[in-house]
Design a protein around this ligand. Sequence first.
Ligand code: ZN
Length: 137
Amino acid sequence: MLKIEHIGIAVKELSTAIPLFEKLLNSGCYKTEKVESEQVNTAFFQKGATKIELLESSNSEGVIAKFIDKKGEGIHHIAFEVADIEAEMTRLKAEGFTILNEKPQVGADNKLVCFLHPKGTNSVLIELCMENKAAID
Ligand code: ZN
């Protein structure tokens, strides 16, 4: 794992959370993106080498909506950048971690991502992410 790439925060409404984080971080949101496969709308802030990703559910059945129903708004996951996501998935599986995806998925911000089951990581949802070099946009 190379570094903490971003911290994901579940919010009810991007329309109120974006201006709040703009004030908090004293920098503008540089990107918003809808990720259909995960039923989320995301908003990104850059602070040094690390990003903050705000996550709003795009419908009432999405994972973020369910998370907020259960736990309320707050930190949802920590994402680590890796150099080779498949190799890291293999390594972590061998170490006994449960990976929630069979294969890396295309996530927000042009990344290949996968998640580790929080039951095996002290209840912290961990994301691995790697630049999606195959994506042509
Ligand atoms: Zn994330």
